[in-house]
Design a protein around this ligand. Structure first.
Ligand SMILES: [Ca+2]
Length: 448
C-alpha cells in the first residue's frame, strides 16, 4: 500500500507528470567530446506572430527560418507573460512559487546564494560562461549568478542608443552614442572566439524587440516611426544570422547547440498568422502572454526541419542543459523541468503531459487540448493560440470533466497557493489584469 502511494505521489510530483526523473536518465552527452557548447538566445517581447517560420504574415525572418529549417522548431513552448519571472525561471529551473520570482518587481529578490543557477551548473561542469544584453530583471549581477564574463546595462527596459554600459561589473562610459545591441553582439562574438577550444555557455539576452521601438543602424533615413518595429524584428533576425555565421567561421556548428527563444509574447498587437491574431499578448494569462518561439539547432545532431509539438516550459532549459552538458544539479533542490535533450537528438524522449505558467497570483496548467487556471476556469484549446474557449459544463462533456480532473490533480500536487506569494501591498503584476486587450495595452507600455 505504502509503495503504491509512494508511486502515485512520485507520478504526480514529477515534472510534467509521468514519473520521470532526470537523474535516472542516461547522460548521453557525458563524454567530453560529445558535450556541446550552448548558445542560448533570448529575444524580448517576441511572440510567434513575429517569426516567419511560425507563419507570421507581416514579418520576414530569413535567418531564424534557416535555423529552424535546418534544425527543430518547437510549436508549444511556454515562458511566463513577463520578463522578470521568465528570466528567473530560466536561470533557476524552478517555478516562481518556489523562488519568489513571481512578477517583474519580485524577480530581483531571489538571491543567487539561495537558488540554483544554470550558469553555475555549467561552470562547475567545466564550461566557460558568458552573458550579454539584458539582465536587470534578475537581482544581483550575472557574475553573482555564475557568469564568468558579462556585458549588461542599467535598465529593465529597452536599451539601444546609449553612452554607457557595464562590462564585467565596470561602468564603461563613451563620448558618443552607440547602438547597444551591436556592443552586446561584439562582446558575444569575442567570447565565442576566445573560448572556441573549450566548452562554453553563452546566454545572449537581446533587448530586441522590447520598447522603446527606435531606429536601428539599418533603418532608412527619414523612415516613419511606425516602421521601426519591423526594423527591430529585422535587426534581431540579422544578429541571430551573424552569430550563426561566427560559429560557422569558427567551425563550431557541430559542437554547438543553438537555442533561440523569447521571454514573453509580443507586446500589444503587431502581427498575425494566417490572417488571425494570437489571443492575448505580453502580460496576459492568455496564449499570447507566454507562448513563445523555440528553435533548436545542433548541426549533425538535431534532425533537419522537424516540427516538434511536445509541450515545453521554461523550467525545462535547466534540465536540458544539465543533460547535454553531463552536469549534475544540486541535490535536495526541487526542480520543475523536464529535459528535452532526447528531442534535440531526434528521439521521442519523455514529453511533458502539461506545462505550468504563473504570474503573481495567477496561474494555469495546460495540456495540448485543455487549460485550467487558478480560478477553476477550464478552457478548450483546440484553436489555440487564436482562440481559448470556455469549456462546456462538466456534466455536458465527459472529455472536459476528465480534463478538469486531471489538471486539478496536477495543480493540487504543485500547490502554488502554498508557495511564495506577492506580499500584501506590493504592486500587482503589470498588465496582468482582466481582459487580454486591456492587458496587452498596459503591458506594451510596461517594462519587461
Ligand atoms: Ca519581455
Amino acid at each position: 500500500m505504502r509503495t503504491k502511494l509512494a508511486l502515485v505521489l512520485a507520478v504526480l510530483l514529477a515534472p510534467g507528470g509521468s514519473g520521470w526523473s532526470w537523474a535516472a536518465e542516461p547522460t548521453q552527452a557525458a563524454a567530453d567530446s560529445q558535450r556541446p557548447n550552448v548558445v542560448l538566445i533570448l529575444a524580448d517581447d517576441y511572440g510567434l506572430d513575429g517569426v516567419g517560420c511560425y507563419g507570421s504574415d507581416r514579418f520576414k525572418t530569413p535567418n531564424l527560418d534557416k535555423l529552424a529549417n535546418s534544425g527543430l522548431r518547437f510549436e508549444a513552448c511556454y515562458s511566463t507573460p513577463l520578463c522578470g519571472p521568465t528570466r528567473c525561471l530560466l536561470i533557476t529551473g524552478r517555478y516562481g512559487f518556489r523562488t519568489g520570482g513571481l512578477t517583474n518587481p519580485l524577480a530581483v529578490r531571489p538571491l543567487p546564494q539561495d537558488e540554483p543557477s544554470v550558469a553555475k551548473l555549467l561552470k562547475a561542469a567545466g564550461y566557460a560562461t558568458g552573458h550579454c544584453g539584458k539582465w536587470r530583471q534578475m537581482g544581483a549581477t550575472p557574475g553573482d549568478w555564475g557568469f564568468d564574463e558579462y556585458l549588461t546595462d542599467p535598465t529593465p527596459s529597452g536599451y539601444y542608443w546609449q553612452k554607457s554600459y557595464t562590462k564585467n561589473g565596470q561602468l564603461v562610459e563613451l563620448d558618443k552614442e552607440v547602438y547597444y545591441p551591436d556592443v552586446a553582439h561584439e562582446f558575444a562574438a569575442d567570447f565565442l572566439r576566445r573560448h572556441r577550444d573549450q566548452p562554453f555557455f553563452l546566454y545572449y539576452a537581446s533587448h530586441l524587440v522590447h520598447g522603446p521601438i527606435l531606429r536601428t543602424p539599418d533603418s532608412q533615413a527619414g523612415g516613419e516611426a511606425g516602421g521601426y518595429y519591423a526594423d527591430n524584428v529585422a535587426y534581431l533576425d540579422k544578429q541571430v544570422g551573424l552569430l550563426v555565421e561566427e560559429l560557422d567561421r569558427l567551425k563550431l556548428r557541430e559542437k554547438t547547440l543553438i537555442l533561440f527563444t523569447a521571454d514573453n509574447g509580443t507586446a500589444g498587437r503587431s502581427g498575425t498568422i494566417g490572417g488571425r491574431e494570437i489571443h492575448g499578448a505580453k502580460g496576459s494569462m492568455w496564449e499570447g502572454g507566454a507562448r513563445v518561439p523555440l528553435i533548436a539547432n545542433w548541426q549533425g545532431v538535431t534532425p533537419q526541419g522537424k516540427v516538434v509539438k511536445d509541450l515545453v516550459d521554461f523550467s525545462d532549459f535547466y534540465a536540458t542543459l544539465a543533460e547535454v552538458a553531463g552536469a549534475k544539479p544540486p541535490q535536495g533542490v526541487t526542480f520543475d523541468g523536464r529535459s528535452f535533450a532526447a528531442q534535440l537528438r531526434g528521439q521521442q524522449g519523455t514529453p511533458r503531459e502539461w506545462i505550468f505558467v504563473q504570474l503573481g497570483a495567477q496561474w494555469y496548467v495546460r495540456e495540448p487540448l485543455w487549460k485550467l487556471n487558478q480560478r477553476g476556469e477550464l478552457f478548450e484549446m483546440k484553436d489555440a493560440p487564436f482562440e481559448e474557449k470556455p469549456a462546456p459544463p462538466d456534466q455536458d462533456n465527459a472529455d472536459a470533466a476528465a480534463a478538469r480532473k486531471r489538471l486539478q490533480t496536477v495543480l493540487d500536487a504543485l500547490n502554488p497557493a502554498a508557495g511564495k506569494k506577492v506580499p500584501e501591498g506590493e504592486a500587482r503584476p503589470k498588465g496582468a489584469k482582466k481582459g487580454a486587450k486591456k492587458a496587452a495595452k498596459k503591458a506594451a507600455k510596461s517594462t519587461g
